[in-house]
Design a binder for this molecule. Structure first.
Ligand code: SF4
Length: 247
């Protein structure tokens, strides 16, 4: 896609438009992967954006949400977060002080609640031990160091770690999930077997490193995966029809 076409899109947010114009700022533009990733973003943003992710009043709430949303719908997470708010424990010390059984009871709606209570406890222990519970201190760490540390916390895998980094701490890292993999593979950009790290590397290599762009792009892919690109895709009317080698 020519740069001029990209710049003429009807992206409503001038801030994001300015950031994403960086697609053409380096030699990656000449790479077909870069052009396809740009086109996907452009079409999805025009169709759906902006998504206003991630819902949460504080960085800590976003991080808790990232852990609770594992293997469940966001609606179920909302109830759990509301319970934590009503009990006034949605902060590092609050979760730290709760007994695991109390925490499990409060987050029951999010499913796998005993496991998730353990994970939340492990996460706040990590925050307390490494940053004295101070998220501002946490934010000062470099993204790679922080990512490696988060991956050592029990129950935090790459998707959760990257969600915490991008949506909680505004770090420049791309979040990959099952929807991302499905959409890319259906268009012949990756294969079904491409690993999390490889898919992430693709976005990190060919997109401008911009937190706002990464935020919006992932949110748009999730929206598409939930609405049209389901297990049985509903391609009629999808903004991505005809992109890449397939679909
Ligand atoms: S619904 Fe169809 S066209 Fe849309 S992203 Fe999925 S496979 Fe592609």
């Amino acid at each position: 896609m020519a740069d001029s076409k990209w710049q003429n899109t009807e992206i409503r947010s001038s801030k994001l438009r300015a950031r994403s114009s960086g697609f053409g700022a380096n030699s990656a533009l000449r790479n077909p992967q870069s052009a396809i990733l740009k086109e996907i973003f452009q079409k999805l943003y025009k169709a759906y954006g902006p998504m206003h992710w991630w819902p949460g009043e504080t960085p800590f709430e976003v991080m808790v949400g990232a852990i609770l949303t594992q293997n469940t719908s966001w609606r179920n997470v909302e109830k759990a977060i509301q319970n934590l708010k009503e009990k006034k424990v949605l902060h590092v010390k609050g979760i730290h002080r709760l007994k695991r059984s109390q925490l499990a009871s409060l987050i029951k709606s999010s499913g796998y609640f005993r496991i998730k209570a353990e994970r939340l406890k492990a996460f706040v222990d990590f925050l307390s031990e490494n940053y004295n519970g101070d998220l501002k201190k946490m934010m000062k760490e470099g993204v790679e160091t922080l990512r490696q540390k988060l991956l050592q916390v029990k129950g935090i895998g790459p998707e959760t770690a990257d969600s915490i980094l991008l949506y909680g701490l505004k770090k420049r890292i791309f979040v990959v999930d099952a929807y991302t993999k499905r959409i890319l593979s259906r268009h012949g950009i990756t294969s079904a077997k491409t690993s999390y790290d490889e898919v992430q590397r693709l976005f990190m290599d060919y997109l401008p490193h911009d937190e706002g762009l990464f935020n919006e792009y992932h949110a748009l892919l999730v929206h598409l995966g939930k609405t049209l690109c389901k297990k049985i895709p509903r391609c009629d009317g999808c903004a991505l029809q005809g992109i890449g080698q397939r679909a």
